[in-house]
Each structure stands twice: as C-alpha cells, then as structure tokens.
Design a protein around this ligand. Structure first.
Ligand code: MG
Length: 361
C-alpha cells in the first residue's frame, strides 16, 4: 500500500514523544497521489503546518493547510508560533475560547496556523475529558453526512481513470473553470451516473458564461455549483440565480464569520473551511450564523493529512454537505482518523480527534 512506502516520512514531532515544550510546530510536506490542478494552481505536494500541544502528560495534535491565495505559508506559521511559546505555556486549555480569542488578537492573519493551534487544543481537551471532540460540541457522530470525493482538472483520459479510482465514493466533486469544462464532464459521465457537485473556483469570467455552463451542467445531473465567479463579484449572482435551478455555494468569497451576512442575499449556501477561518471554534460559529440566515452549509477542506480532515469531520454532523477528502488525495498520511464507509464520514470513537499512527492500523 502506498502509505507504507512513504512511512519513513513521519513528522519529526511525532518521533519525539518526550518533548517538554508546551507548544511545538513544524512544516510537513504531504505528497499528492495525482498532480492536483484547479483554476488556482497545479502541484505535486503541499506544505502543511502541524502543531502539538503538550500538558499533563497528554499531547493534542493540530494541522492547518496554508492557502496560497491568502499569502499564507507553513514556514511563516511555524516562525510565528516560536514567538508564542510563553503565551501557550501559561494558557489554560480548559478555557480554550478565551485562549483562542486572545491569540487571535495578538496575531493578525495566518488562519491556517491558527487552525492548527485550535485543533491541537481541542484534541488535547477531548483526551483530557476522555470524549471525542464532536461531543465537546454536543454532536452525534451518527448525523455525519456523506463526503464527496474530488477530481482535479486533468485530461479526459486521466479524468476517466480518476473516476474509476473513485468507485467507493457515491458523490463526486468535479473541479472545472478552465476552457476544458465540457470535455471534463463528458469524461466523467462516460464512466459514471453518480450525482456530481461542481466547483468552478472563480474560473468563469462573466455572468453569461456562468449561466450557459451551469445550465449545461444541470442537464448533466450536477446538483450544486461552487463559486462560479470571482469572489469580489456579488451583485451578478442574483442575475445568475434567476436563470438556473441548482444551489450556488460561496467558497472563496466566504472566509470568516463576518462574511456570511454579506453573502446571504447572493448565495444559497457557504463552504466553511477550518483552514480559512482559523479552527473549529470559528468554523462552528460560521455554520451557526449561516444556518440562522437560512443558508445551506458545506464543510470543505484543503489538501492535507488526516489530522486536519478528522478535525473538520468532528463538526460534519452539523452540515448539509461535506467535502472532506483532502487526506484521500495524498500518499504519505502519517495518521489514521476519520474513515469513509460507503461514502459516509465515520468518526473515530476514541477520545479527542481519535487519531492513531498510520503504522498502528
Ligand atoms: Mg471550492
């Protein structure tokens, strides 16, 4: 299995269980099984940030995947956390909301790094309380939804091969937004009749192009469309929505809680990502705000390992749609956590995030 082949690439933090530091961080390079192409970039690997919070003999793990679009890097996050060691040495993780509030005030931006810290605190607290993180939020793991499996932009032949590989997943999310959209969808439809969700990643440039493409996608059995136009364009969304029949979900336009009331008149739903907003506490707040405004909710992710995906999955019982497959796209996942069973997210019953080293499987 590919996992085993890359097993030597364990994060250094994982190999140092005796470390005394309260908060440690490191960059970890996740390797993609397929070169990952969207409208934004094409890459064979991504650098994520791991955080490790140790207290009272327990260690909580967190991960954030910095987003190039927002000028964040993992190295920058690690450097910033070096300057915050004294703060976290004094912090009381049982008061996580207070700690995270003060931390967010001290450090501008760097939301993926903040997500890693938030997740590490929740993993620690869940272990300390001996309950899974979703129970800290009062959720029932049985309510977790299906997750989509994402197919990045590629040639029709490779797209068909990827769709075959995705056989275990009942709903696919197809990346479009380049000149090849029709060819991509036709390649997918040559292989499967599964429901499709489509993400344009801001790739279409005019409202007319968006309507033409979405109407065609509807005829191909697509059930929702994500971020058809650039994030800054809002007013034209309603012109589009009058001419189509499927929900339109904001992703790149929706980063933080305060964005949601501004987006509500123009979209049917929002894609909340832990890496965009800075952790589970903020993501939970965003989901509640979106629901209060009558919006559909999606939990999305970046390419990352099972630390970040298992963390996001802890909130998935709250949402309408889950797109939590970033760990399924990589070949060197150092841990195992949430599983996908017949398409459904299946949370570990273990305390905290419930992660185990991949070698323990
Ligand atoms: Mg998206």
């Amino acid at each position: 299995m590919m996992l085993r082949r890359h097993f030597s690439a364990l994060p250094a933090l994982m190999a140092a269980p005796g470390a005394k530091e309260t908060l440690q961080a490191e960059v970890f390079r996740v390797q993609l099984k397929h070169t990952w192409t969207t409208t934004m970039s094409s890459s064979a690997y991504r650098d994520v940030l791991y955080a490790k919070f140790t207290r009272e003999g327990l260690t909580g793990w967190g991960e954030g995947a910095p987003i190039v679009r927002y000028n964040e890097t993992a190295a920058q996050g690690v450097a910033t956390l070096q300057t915050m060691r004294a703060f976290f040495a004094e912090a009381n993780p049982r008061q996580y909301a207070k700690v995270l509030g003060e931390f967010f005030k001290k450090v501008p931006g760097q939301y993926a790094m903040k997500a890693a810290v938030d997740i590490a605190l929740f993993d620690w607290l869940g272990q300390r309380l001996n309950i899974p993180v979703h129970q800290i939020f009062g959720l029932d793991a049985a309510d977790a939804p299906l997750t989509t499996f994402s197919i990045g932009i590629d040639t029709p032949a490779v797209t068909r091969a990827k769709v075959k590989e995705a056989a275990p997943y009942p709903v696919l999310k197809i990346k479009v937004g380049l000149a090849t959209d029709e060819a991509t969808i036709e390649a997918v439809r040559a292989e499967t009749k599964k429901p499709l969700r489509v993400d344009a990643n801001e790739g279409w440039k005019t409202k007319e192009e968006a309507v033409r493409k979405i109407n065609w996608l509807e005829s191909q059995g697509v059930e929702l469309i994500e971020q058809p136009l650039p994030a800054a364009i809002l007013e034209e969304m309603n012109w589009i929505r009058k001419r189509i029949h499927i929900p339109v979900i904001a992703d790149e336009a929706c980063l933080h809680p305060e964005d949601i009331p501004k987006l509500a008149p123009y979209f049917d739903g929002v894609n909340v990502k832990v890496d965009k907003c800075g952790g589970l506490l903020e993501a939970h707040r965003m989901i509640q705000i979106a629901k209060s405004l009558g919006l559909k909710t999606m939990l999305g992710c970046m390419v990352s390992s099972s630390v970040a995906i298992t963390a996001a999955a802890q909130l998935s019982p709250l949402v309408d749609y889950a797109d939590l497959d970033g760990n399924l796209l990589i070949s060197n996942d150092p841990v195992s956590g949430v599983q996908v069973v017949q398409g459904k997210l299946t949370l570990p019953k273990r305390a905290g995030l419930g992660l185990v080293k991949a070698s323990a499987r």
